[in-house]
Structures are given as C-alpha cells and as structure tokens.
Design a binder for this molecule. Structure first.
Ligand code: P6P
Length: 333
C-alpha cells in the first residue's frame, strides 16, 4: 500500500533535476480534493446544494458546490506558493497570486473545480479536472494571460478527481497515468491503478444523443456505424452517457470506449472548454495510449486564443477516435 504522497516523492526521485515544487503542487491538489470530497459526500444533508442564482462566464447557473470547490482549490494552490496564478471555469478572468512567493513561482494551474455539478442534486458522480503548465512569463512578476494560453502539448501535469462510488485521483506528469483511491476512514489516497492503459478498441460510446438532429453528418454516420449489427467487429456497441465528463472518461479509460461532444447547429464550437476540460483529458488519454481530437486534429496541438474557448471533443480508444475522424473527413468536410 503506497500513498499518493509517497508515490509522488518516489517518482520525483526519477528526475534528479526535479526541485520538488511540482510534488508540492500536486500535494495541494490532494489536500483540496479531500476537503471537497468531504463536503460533496454530505451535500444532501446541508444547505450547500442547489443553485446560487449567480451565472458564471459560461452563462451557466453556478451550483453552490461549484463555488465551494473553486474557493477550496484556489486557496490550497495559493497557500502552498508553488503557483503564480490559476484560471478556472468559475472565474471570468485568470487570478494572479501576487504574494512574494506567488510571483516567484513557476507554475500555473487551470481547472474546472467541479465539472458536472448539476448532477450533485441527483447524487450522480462529479469531478474536478486540472491542468498544470510552467509559466512562460519571467519569474518575479505577476502571471500574465499568455501563461494560460498554451497548447496542451506544453502541459507538465494533468489529472482529475472523481467523486463517485469511491473517490479517486488520477494524474499524469508525462510518465504514464496513475490512479489513487481514497480510503474515507483515513482520508488517504492509496495507489490502486498504476500505469493505466486504455484498450485500443472499445465497445462503449458516450454522447448526448438528444442532440442527434443537430450533429454534423460525420457524427450521425458514426453513430449509425456504432449501432450496426456486425459480430466480427463487436457491433453494435453499447451507449453509456452519465452526463459527467470525469465519470464517462474514467469508465472509458479503464474499459475502452469513446466520449464525443461534437459541435451542433446551436453550438458550433461544441460545449466543452479547451483549456481546463479537453487539454487535461487529452494529456491523460494520450499517456494511456488513446487519442483526443476535435474531429479532425489533435486537441493538444490547438493554439488557444481565449481562456474559456470551447472546442468539439472526441476522446478515447485510439481506433475509435480514428474512426470518428475518418467519418468526419468523409461526411462533414
Ligand atoms: P449535456 C457537464 O456540464 C459537462 O461539462 C460534462 O461534464 C458533461 O459530459 C457534459 O457537460 C454534459 O452536457 O449537454 O449532454 O448535458
């Protein structure tokens, strides 16, 4: 039984040049995850569920737990001093940590502090998603927007916490994907899934088929391909859609499958955000042997232009993402 903290330190020793700052940073995420997990597990019991009536920059009504998670992760990251700033789905602009330690830190964190939070009121799993970069601006001054608008290939770490039937933290620093499960009696994350690899083929597709009529033709054709009876290629596949990215992603990561959130007639850029949902999930899936595209190109090579930009997202087993790209090229131009 090895804890997350022990594992981070053990792996850090593989990098002589490592100065321990990233390890400390991951430690602050671990702490915040425990605090949020505690509140989520009793969200039904206290007046912390339900919407605030406040709309975030996405125009989505913020659930109280969204705000609580945002403040918890922001405080934990600022307190440990390894981060010069954060960007968050719940913050209209990036937040620069201008303390002496903050401006002299070399990392920035982008996060969706509680993705899928509307599921809390109906007791469905939700997740925190995070992405870590080295700043591009000089140390010793406040963070700038360019520190956050980096392509996904520049990530130094990424991960998610899934608050589900058990609470897990899954992360990568570019050396494989590793999962840790929380023992609630001790509040400790133990290594439970080392070097996770996603099967190159899967039989599960995750998409909101209620949007079918608004999908591009390539997606419509791919969905019909999934539903055809063809035993040699294990079709028809199975449709599983939880409505919580971290949950659908996690299941597909472990068993194989593909998650699709395409553009639609009403949302030409799709729904998911490039910087703090798609890029971290893309880093993880590629580290596990999978793929992530916008239907045509590798997600992690997209150059961001704004903090909250949206992008169509196809992510999962390598051969399933290739199939969707082929259908998109053939039918959606
Ligand atoms: P829809 C949650 O709001 C989220 O960002 C993802 O977690 C989830 O996969 C998706 O949106 C659900 O969106 O439009 O299908 O309800």
């Amino acid at each position: 039984m090895i804890t997350l903290g022990e594992y981070i330190i053990e792996k850090q020793q593989d990098f002589p040049e490592a100065t321990g700052e990233l390890s400390l940073l991951l430690g602050s995420i671990r702490l915040a995850a425990k605090v949020v997990n505690r509140e989520i597990n009793k969200a039904g019991l206290v007046d912390i569920i339900g919407a605030t009536g406040i709309e975030n920059v996405q125009g989505e009504v913020q659930q109280k737990m969204d705000l609580y998670a945002n403040e918890t992760f922001k405080a934990a990251l600022e307190a440990r001093g390894e981060v010069c700033g954060i960007a968050s789905e719940e913050e209209d602009e990036f937040v620069s940590f201008n303390s002496e330690r903050g401006i002299n830190s070399k990392y920035v964190v982008l996060m969706d502090p509680l993705d899928g939070s509307s599921n809390i009121d109906v007791n469905v799993s939700v997740g925190t998603i995070f992405s870590i970069y080295k700043r591009v601006s000089p140390v010793g001054q406040p963070a700038v927007l360019e520190d956050f608008l980096q392509p996904g290939i520049k990530q130094v770490a990424a991960g998610y916490i899934i608050y589900g039937s058990s609470t897990m933290l899954v992360y990568t620093t570019g050396n494989g994907v590793h999962g840790f499960t929380c023992d609630p009696s001790l509040g400790v994350f133990y290594l439970s899934h080392e070097n996770i690899r996603i099967p190159e083929d899967g039989r599960t597709y995750s998409i909101n088929e209620g949007n079918y009529l608004k999908f591009p033709d390539g997606v419509k054709k791919y969905l019909k391909f999934c539903q055809e009876i063809d035993t040699p290629t294990n079709r028809p596949y199975t449709s599983r859609y939880i409505g919580s990215l971290a949950s659908d992603f996690h299941r597909n990561l472990l068993t194989g499958g593909i998650y699709l959130y395409p553009s639609t007639a009403s949302a030409p850029k799709g729904k998911l955000r490039l910087l703090y949902e798609c890029n971290p999930m893309a880093f993880l899936i590629e580290q596990a042997g999978g793929r992530a595209s916008d239907g045509y190109n590798r997600i992690m090579e997209v150059t961001p232009t704004e903090l909250h930009q949206r992008i169509p997202f196809f992510c999962g087993s390598k051969n399933m993402v290739k199939d969707t790209n082929d259908f998109m090229a053939k039918y959606s131009g």
